[in-house]
Design a binder for this molecule. Sequence first.
Ligand code: PEP
Ligand code: MG
Length: 728
Amino acid sequence: MAEAAEGQERLNRITHLIADSMGTEVCSIYLLRDADTLELCATQGLAEEAVHVTRMRVGEGLVGRVARNARPFNTTNAPTEKGFRYMPETGEEAFSSFLGVPIQRLGERLGVLVVQSKDDRGYSEDEVYALEVVAMVLAEMTELGAFVGEGAALSARHTQQVMLRGTTGQEGAAMGHVWLHEPRVVVTKPVADDPDAERTRLQEAVAQLRTDIDQMLTHVVKGDKEQAEVLEAYRMFARSRGWLRRMEEDIALGLSAEAAVEKEQSSARARMETVPDAYLRERLHDLDDLSNRLLRQLTGQGTDTGAELPDDPVLVARNIGPAELLDYGRKLRGVVLEEGSVGSHAAIVARALAIPLVIHANRITTEALNGDPILVDGDQGIVHLRPEDTVASAFLDKLAMQAEAQERYASIRDKPAQSLCGTVVNLHMNAGLMADLPSLPSSGAEGVGLFRTELQFLTRAQVPRRGELAALYSKVMDAAQGKRVAFRTLDIGSDKVLPYMKPQDEPNPALGWRAIRVGLDKPGVMRMQLQALIRAANGRPLSVMFPFIAQFDEFTRARDHLMREMDREAALGHVLPETLEVGAMLETPSLAFAPRHFFELADFISIGGNDLKQFFFAADRENERVRRRYDTLNVSFLTFLEQIVHRCGDTGTDLSFCGEDAGRPVEALCFAAMGLRTLSMRPASIGPVKSLLRRVDLREVRAVITEARNVGAQSVRGDVMDWLKRQV
Ligand code: PEP
Ligand code: MG
């Protein structure tokens, strides 16, 4: 196999060699042409005219079945097997015994290797195993582009364009080059001549790995249960006799030590895709991580490959923690993750940094190589890897249009969001990091309508100290230069789990112990945070809002804590804020029906539309299946918002909306038409929202909504869009 030859020639020779040494009439190699078509690429024993002609879909026939199931299939009577497909051009009907093994690498399907014979000889366990090892080497060679060349219908892996469909984590478009958070190890030597030497190399590397893990375990921060658990799982695998034995057997069959490790890793990845149990999947991930460590030791390739961060890096990773993402900071053009979730900490940070993010991009870490050109379409949740020119130029057009629009927005930056009827809507921005504050002047925002304080807590290994927080909040106020910043107290629980907080085993965390519920039950951290805010204000005005208030008494109790801290700080001689505004986030429908007294007591109310919508429609914001099912412009939801506007109007309570929907121009327009006068959104949305608001008459929008409601529309979106097309 290692001999130099042209691609097709090499494939032919391999089939010949296998058929010969196994004493079987047929050996064929089928390789994947695209995501679901297999093509006969070389054969010994089947009709030669069928090569590059016979094709089948993954799942079709016995060959397709091996590819789909990623498992060997061995039978003595192929024509009687369910799913057998007769392909006349190959002359196949004469063969009885069939053994097919998948050609796969790291869970990635590449093809199928098949042997057949006329009699019903059956293939032994040893033969199955040996063929699997050969398939592994074939996979390795396919990967290295060994079969590209004259006559071969394939081009090398990792040179083709790939489009991956994931999920939007953060909107926006980005173009750049791949930067792998954990660069993959490249095995360049799949076969070896000296099994004894390879076995020794493997054993030494495993011994070193075991020592490393033991050492890491002694350094685990006391009480860090999660880290200790992961390392224990590593230790268990590293000491597993079965794991080592399987790799030694592969070496005996001619694989190099690193290829043997990778073969184990491949089958773990193939299993990973089929295991429904989350716990087991996690363990398989552990095994995967461990194999990577071992590969690095054997090949000497560290995580630092010497590659340089490109000028326009798009980070590609299986998953990434918020602190690591913050380390990269604004250098990144985009982020693509294989896992992750909309509410994960990394997603929150990406959102705060306004970096386009696509999550659930299956297989991106296997497909992408460092430096590959990549396009990230955060709006659609799509990634184009190594795009063809036509795709790239269409994407460039999109970016140019966005840049043009941004320029247009810059020209209205200092103008008010005043509609043609004279109504002014106040546009504020959402923030959560010090790094967000420079956007305050550049976006034209009038203030920070929501400062998510949990980011400082989520990105650290332990609870931040009061002094640290006070310094940070003070810097935020300095940067805001007198503009209002509404600090939301710690909003944790549900999807936001602090690394150092004991995870709660709750049947339904979104409805569980979260936000103000935690703050009131365990007030220590909230009180510390309130003290930090008072000290940070140091005589300046202060706005504080409490998250997830579901009933009146939660607000009064939280407010009492704040007032007590004010007294305490005064007694300690600290300067009190010049003015103090205390608000509540309306994120559960119940609060909209609170007694009038609540509306009188609250200085302001901010609608947390992300949560409010999930509870209004009973549709989990984290659940892909349902989260887009109900339109924000649904008549029931708009009517509900209108009622909140009226209740606040009755008591003169300031009202704003700070969920993600406020930053979507059509939604923002409808909210304004329903009477909302303050909207808070990510900075990049202020331009588009303002631009649209300035071009319409809100009374007319209102009339369109009323008309749609009267005729019984479910959502007003269609009518509003039609009207907009006629107007703008
Ligand atoms: C909301 O729920 O709309 C909100 C702004 O809070 P978060 O998204 O942080 O839960
Ligand atoms: Mg919320």
